[in-house]
Ligand binder design. Structure first.
Ligand code: ADP
Ligand code: MG
Length: 702
């Protein structure tokens, strides 16, 4: 049966309202979509736990017991329900902060229930917050065919309409019932299934939602991961072949005036060995006649900008233009200023184009660009707008690429009939298997060395009760002439409370560092670019002592005299973000410090993160830990790319082997049948056409 043509609205128990929610919240419109909406975790419902058995390490458990007492406390949004729940021997608490009316009406005192959830411990008391509840009758008509039960992610909106994990599970079961005796259409050719001992799609989908046991579950997961990766790899391998057939790279045959003069006469310092090596790699690439498609990884402060500059000079030497795109206005401006300065003795024409470039100026820049009068264009997303046309773009550099979506990179690429050589730079290193999936056949260069003379940043973790001491320390540093960043979390630009924290924090800091003895300023994302620039300028010039900021300063800003960074509510930042932030200090000759400020109440995971930051300055090590702790879904950059790849089951952090395996199989298939015309590959071809229809082919672009 082809389930991708069956509208979810008509599934028993769904209807228009729920269908609408499913579509808007999780992108599910058909039976097939829902079947491919997999549990994110399974809980073992094969037995009941006794309350006395629970301890700090318990994960999800189910407990059978009776509600002894229900209490509703508080009013309005602060309202909550506490239930005393007993298994006949001991008692524990169940807590609800939402849907309190419903909870009070549904879970009556004296009745028996099965409660599921992850127990937490506080002051020796056990509780479960927002447990999943089943009546004994419900528990007996086990939805799961065996002992493992899937848990599904649902959004806040879905939960509010009582569309929770359990309802999703019921829907999955409905779909399976609706099949009757029919089987779900297979998408992989039979010979591959036989050869590699894969589970059929039909069995895999049934198993993934209702696993009999762990072993069968693993087989189902393997099959679905393979399927997911196999088609990506087939697409990637085919498009990279098409690309190299269709586009000859622009051969940069010579190294000439610009590169040589700069290298011999105007380099502000000796290149590190790693910078030299990478420049040689790039040189070989752009001279090869192939189109360069290279990822440059290098820790914060490792000197990627200079490598970018010298790559752009190679383009100029061969009569081409070059451009460099940065994720923020501040960073683009800074690049523009430092590069203009470095290049001024060479007579290179270089311009800046950002969202806040005045229309009049823009109108001057664009024709010059089209005529080839401008040799290097630096900018933000403004570079990829339609009106921006180059005469002959030879090199496109993308700085801090993890901040850009795949689509944005693709548009830069399309600036020429013949795609330019592309250099993407990042300070967020990613493991090879990940790169392989995210970027296909991207080559990777690494700058694994910092410029000489840098003192490692000293990082400490302090509780916010010790804030006064830190201020004293800061004043001491300011007295020595240093400058200071204080960073507030602004995880979601839309979050009002974050702005309130920032504003009130700033107000307090104005008392701690009063004018005229001190000069303090603030930047955040909601300010107008001109205002922001004015403040940044004060800080860059050295006149301002303390800059209070959000993560707008995370990327690339370079003020060597700033030697102290304090990060407020550091526990709210991810590891790579903390590392990026910290990279704003330690750029000069002075000893630099990073203070991670957290509240005393800290989860185990947050504490681990702080410990890693204190222990090491090595971005590669940090990203490894990050990947292990959170999986790639949460890591900036891979998140965007992961979304573009639309990965539903593969975990790129742990499934490296399956990535490799699926790539090998895809390669073998294409070797035998490059255009997939053989009858035995009919299903692959069909599926590819379907995928093409569903989305643009991202594989071509990285
Ligand atoms: P990132 O790799 O984080 O983009 P930058 O390119 O901004 O790093 O370089 C950080 C700082 O190091 C800049 O001030 C730059 O001028 C300086 N720098 C770069 N290369 C060298 C070098 N070989 N020797 C000394 N300083 C360098
Ligand atoms: Mg940089």
């Amino acid at each position: 049966m082809n389930l991708s043509e069956k509208d979810i609205t008509y599934l028993h128990g769904v209807g228009p309202k729920r269908a609408d929610l499913l579509k808007k919240e999780i992108g599910v419109t058909t039976y097939a979509d829902l079947l491919y909406y997999f549990p994110y975790r399974y809980i073992d419902k094969s037995r009941f736990y006794a309350i006395s058995e629970l301890n700090e390490t318990s994960s999800y458990v189910q407990i059978r017991g009776r509600i002894l007492k229900m209490t509703l406390v508080g009013t309005g949004r602060k309202q909550r329900v506490t239930a005393i729940f007993s298994d006949g021997v001991s008692a524990m608490e169940l807590l609800w902060f939402k849907g309190t009316q419903y909870v009070m009406e549904t879970y009556k005192e004296g009745h028996e229930f099965v409660a599921f959830g992850k127990p937490s411990f506080f002051a020796g008391k056990v509780s479960i917050v927002h447990p999943e509840m089943e009546t004994i009758a419900e528990a007996k008509t086990k939805l799961s065919l065996g002992g493992l039960q899937g848990l599904y992610n649902t959004s806040e909106k879905m939960k509010n309409s009582f569309l929770n994990s359990k309802s999703i599970q019921k829907m999955e079961l409905e779909i399976i019932h609706s099949l009757g005796n029919e089987r779900i259409d297979e998408v992989l050719p039979d010979y591959l299934i036989q050869e590699h001992h894969l589970m059929s799609l039909h069995d895999a989908l049934l198993t993934i939602h209702f696993p009999k046991d762990l072993d069968t579950l693993r087989l189902a997961q393997f099959r679905l991961k393979f399927e997911e990766l196999f088609f990506i790899q087939i697409e990637m391998l085919r498009s990279s072949k098409i690309r190299s057939q269709r586009f000859k790279g622009m051969p940069f045959e010579q190294i000439g005036y610009y590169f040589n003069t700069f290298y011999k006469e105007h380099l502000p310092f000796d290149l590190t060995a790693a910078q030299k090596r990478v420049i040689r790699e790039i040189r070989a690439d752009v001279g090869s006649g192939r189109q360069m498609n290279r990822l440059l990884q290098g820790d914060v402060g490792s000197g990627k900008t200079l490598v970018a500059l010298m790559t752009m000079l190679m383009a100029l030497d061969n009569g081409y233009q070059a451009c460099m795109m940065a994720p923020t206005e501040i960073l683009a401006t800074q690049h523009y200023e430092s590069l203009s300065q470095l290049l001024s003795p060479l007579g290179v024409s270089i311009m800046l184009l950002t969202g806040s470039t005045k229309k009049k100026e823009r109108d001057q820049i664009l024709p010059l660009l089209a005529e080839g009068e401008i040799q290097i264009l630096i900018g933000t997303h403004a570079l990829i707008e339609d009106g921006v046309v180059f005469k002959n773009l030879g090199v496109a550099v993308i700085d801090e690429q993890h901040r850009f979506g795949v689509a944005q990179r693709a548009r830069l690429w399309a600036k020429n009939v013949q795609p330019p050589h592309v250099l993407v730079m990042t300070a967020t290193p990613i493991p090879r298997t990940l790169a392989m999936t995210l970027y296909g056949d991207l080559d990777v260069s690494v700058i694994d060395q910092l410029p000489p003379g840098r003192k490692p940043i000293r990082t400490v973790h302090r509780f916010d009760t010790k804030r006064a001491d830190i201020y004293e320390f800061m004043k001491g540093e300011i007295a020595k002439g240093r400058q200071i960043y204080i960073v507030y979390p602004m995880i979601q630009e839309s979050e009002k409370s974050d702005y309130e924290n920032l504003e009130s924090g700033y107000a307090k800091l104005q008392h701690v560092f009063p004018e005229p003895a001190y000069h303090i300023g603030m930047v955040h994302g909601k300010m107008k670019p001109a205002e922001k620039d004015a403040v940044m300028q004060e800080f860059v010039s050295g006149r301002m002592n303390v800059l209070v900021a959000t993560t707008v300063i995370e990327v690339g800003v370079n003020v060597p005299n700033a030697s102290v960074m304090m990060i407020e509510s550091a526990e709210r930042f991810g590891l790579s973000q903390l590392h990026q932030l910290r990279g704003r200090v330690g750029r000069g000759a002075d000893q630099s410090y990073c203070v991670l400020m957290t509240s005393v109440k800290l989860s185990k995971e947050s504490r681990q993160r702080m410990d890693v930051m204190v222990r090491t300055n090595d971005g590669f090590e940090i990203s490894e830990v990050d990947l292990k702790m959170r999986g790639p879904g949460d890591i900036e950059g891979t998140q965007q790319s992961g979304v573009a790849l639309n990965l539903k089951i593969t975990n790129l952090a742990t499934d490296g082997q399956i990535v490799q395996f699926s790539r090998d199989v895809a390669r073998m298939v294409l070797q035998e049948d490059p255009d997939l015309l053989m009858e035995k590959n009919r299903l692959i071809n069909l599926r590819l056409q379907q995928r093409m229809k569903e989305k643009q082919n991202w594989g071509v672009i990285s």
